[in-house]
Ligand binder design. Structure first.
Ligand SMILES: C[S@@+](CC[C@H](N)C(=O)[O-])C[C@H]1O[C@@H](n2cnc3c(N)ncnc32)[C@H](O)[C@@H]1O
Length: 295
């Protein structure tokens, strides 16, 4: 419904604004156009999609309508919804994104599931290390499950570290987490019961050919895995033996088709590959390893 206020001003209500935005998106082949439009309007109005859905008759100002349409134009250029909103949900926690962070992927939740399956003692006082933390999503998700654990997360990117620090504060985890800038474990001390990493694993020469939403909006430093995509695993294979506690567990994410190579790289050091775990699409997505013991 379109309401007229005064003689000239046309003020759409929430419902018709969403419909107009959704129509623009649908005309350009976007799926989920209503869901996205509700989320965009909620962002403009600083409210929730649920409220937009519940009160379609509420009116918005022409300025707010115009702000909504500007966001729709960004979406039409294939900017991911999460980048426009500046947030992404991971493991049911909300994370702010920045230009320096990867947009966390649902598939990376398999890292968390893998840790939980292999370390079911939730009350254990564990020390957790997250190498290449981005938004801080892996460490925060693990700390939300292991209530007695403390954690350290590292990223080489200053910008990512700042974003992760803020996320950890916003999630109420700051008293159990430390976010540091650095090159993998440089400057760290001690060993950890759980080590996780989702390192960069895209073959450098393949980055420009990735889906536009990835190649344009995810930072290169979060993607570039060297000439064969495996450079970070070679470095991590050296780091894990000096950082894992005796009964510790490391879970590393990797890309499609990299399971065998990553397993071989880890096994070439003092590490025992225990298993691989699949993602939502049924592809091998992470590897679980621990220190080789002499028992
Ligand atoms: C694929 S992203 C993963 C981010 C986050 N863990 C996630 O799952 O969404 C890889 C991260 O590793 C960081 N990184 C790359 N090289 C690094 C290095 N040498 N030392 C520390 N972090 C590094 C990047 O800046 C990026 O944030």
């Amino acid at each position: 419904m379109i309401e007229r206020t005064g003689m000239t001003e046309i003020v759409p209500d929430w419902g018709s604004a969403v419909s107009a935005a959704a129509q623009k998106l649908a005309d350009s082949g976007f799926e989920q156009s209503h869901r996205d439009s509700r989320a965009l309007l909620a962002h403009v109005l600083e409210t929730t999609s649920e409220r937009i859905f519940a009160w379609p008759e509420k009116s918005i100002s022409p300025e707010q309508y115009s702000a909504l349409m500007k966001l729709v134009d960004r979406r039409l250029l294939h900017e991911p919804l999460s980048r426009i909103l500046g947030r992404r949900e991971f493991w049911s926690l909300s994370f702010a994104l920045s230009d320096d962070t990867l947009d966390p992927r649902a598939d990376s939740e398999s890292v968390i599931e893998t840790v939980l399956v292999n370390q079911p003692e939730m009350e254990k006082t564990s020390r957790i290390l997250d190498l290449g933390t981005g938004t801080g999503c892996l460490l925060a998700a693990l700390l939300s499950e292991y209530k007695n654990a403390t954690g350290v997360a590292v990223d080489v990117s200053d910008g990512a570290v700042k974003t992760a620090q803020q996320n950890i504060i916003d999630l109420g985890l700051a008293n159990r987490a430390e976010i540091l800038q650095g090159n993998w474990d440089d400057g760290l001390e001690g060993r950890f019961d759980i080590i996780v990493s989702n390192p960069p694993y895209i073959v450098d020469s393949e980055i420009s050919g990735l889906d536009r939403a990835v190649a344009t909006y995810d930072p290169v430093r979060a993607l570039a895995g060297g000439a064969d995509g495996l450079e970070a695993y070679r470095q991590l294979a050296v780091i894990l033996p000096r950082r894992l506690a005796d009964n510790g567990l490391a879970v590393l994410e990797f890309g499609h088709g990299q399971a065998e190579d990553v397993g071989n790289i880890l096994a070439s050091k003092e590490l025992e590959v225990i298993d691989f775990r699949e993602d939502l699409a049924g592809r091998k997505r992470c590897v679980i390893c621990r220190l080789i013991t002499n028992e």
